[in-house]
Design a protein around this ligand. Structure first.
Ligand code: NAP
Ligand code: ZN
Length: 347
């Protein structure tokens, strides 16, 4: 089995350290990817710190992976050596349940196989993208359009699809007022994608410190949620609100910003429950919903959409030995707007 370099969390409390892991031999349906860049998603931090439940250590995280195909199995037809490819949050699914057959593998009924902390076909725990190579079945490998620089493409594999999917499902487009809560990794992609879809975009951020960036990325309006006047001014205003915040919020205050038949879609994933006042939902026939990443077909659609509209992630490329500092900066909302690890610094 090939041994490759990686950065792993040794425990919920220790910093990530350089290590080596084993990747499986390339099977007949597998693609071996030489990873170029790997994004840092807030989910990586929730996971390694045990905030979503106990995991086995050491654990390599990272599910925003781009790189070049280095080898393919004998039965692979979708990808060739040298192709620019990406891998997102899942590396397999049953392929047979009604959700998989509908192309929504993220909702695989027996459960998709996560890119990390998942149980792989051979019973081992999957290890993610903070690593020099990964082996993935061809159906879960995406094509990265030539026009998107590798480092700016990596975050599309999670932050991009996680915001594209609900924006598309809830019909963000011309005539729709869309609010994005939290302008971090997911939030800044939501702004760009919703704007490219033709919606009128408003950012709801804790402060106005990133206002210039928000307007540059495609928002028409930018409000601070620390100012109570924001919630008065925007009452009954939005068709769609995408909440990307990683911490619990007073969700009822945001629901009140929805107009008739508006929906608030929660993609932020704090471990704590979010109490909902049902009367707030009755008013304006509001919807509170959730959404998880996106299927493989939709992820390819999102990559092609981003290429077509000339959009990708705003990134700060870092060497691997900066990961722990980057985590602290993500936790203090000091990220502009995605840290991406240059995997060449891991060799
Ligand atoms: P991120 O880069 O840290 O962005 C989160 C943003 O939320 C921050 O930039 C900040 O924006 C705002 N925020 C943070 N703490 C806050 C607080 N206490 N109160 C109010 N606002 C706060 O994180 P991310 O990588 O975008 O991920 C966001 C969340 O989505 C995480 O919980 C992650 O696990 C989850 N996620 C879910 C899915 C899914 O499939 N549903 C996929 C990926 C990630 P401002 O500075 O603008 O206020
Ligand atoms: Zn993610």
């Amino acid at each position: 089995m090939p041994t490759v370099n990686a950065y792993a969390a040794p425990s919920a409390t220790d910093p990530l350290v350089k290590t080596t892991i084993e990747r499986r031999e390339v099977g007949e349906h597998d693609v071996l990817i030489e990873i170029a860049y790997s994004g840092i998603c807030h989910s990586d931090i929730h996971t390694v710190r045990g905030e979503w439940g106990t995991i086995a250590y050491p654990q390599v995280v990272g599910h925003e992976i781009v790189g070049t195909v280095a080898a393919v199995g004998s039965a692979v037809s979708k990808h060739s050596v040298g192709d620019r490819v990406g891998v997102g949050c899942m590396v397999n699914s049953c392929g047979e349940c009604e959700n998989c057959l509908a192309g929504e593998e993220q909702y695989c009924l027996p459960g998709n196989t996560g890119t990390y902390t998942g149980v792989d076909r051979d019973g081992t725990i999957t290890q993610g993208g903070y690593s020099t190579h990964i082996v993935v079945v061809e159906n879960f490998v995406l094509k990265v359009p030539e026009s998107i620089p590798f480092e700016a493409a990596a975050p599309l594999l999670c932050a991009g699809i996680t915001t594209y999917s609900p924006l598309s499902h809830w019909n963000a487009g011309p005539g729709k007022r869309v609010a994005v809560v939290g302008m971090g990794g997911l939030g800044h992609m939501a702004v760009k994608i919703a704007h490219a879809m033709g919606a009128e975009v408003t950012v709801l951020s804790q402060s106005l410190s990133k206002k210039d960036d928000g307007l540059r990325l495609g928002a028409s309006h930018y409000f601070a949620t620390s100012d109570p006047a924001t919630f008065k001014e925007l009452r009954n205003h939005f068709d769609l609100i995408i909440n990307t915040v990683s911490a619990p919020l007073d969700i009822n205050a945001y629901l009140k910003l929805l107009r008739l038949d508006g929906a608030l879609v929660n993609v932020g994933a704090p471990p704590e429950p979010l109490p909902i006042q049902v009367f707030t939902l009755f008013n304006n026939r509001r919807t509170f919903a959730g959404s998880s990443i996106g299927g493989i077909r939709e992820t390819q659609e999102m990559l092609d959409f981003c290429a077509q509209h000339g959009i990708a992630s705003e990134v700060e490329v870092i060497p691997a030995d900066y990961i722990n500092e980057a985590y602290e900066r993500v936790l203090s909302s000091d990220v502009r707007y995605r840290f991406v690890i240059d995997v060449a610094t891991m060799v």
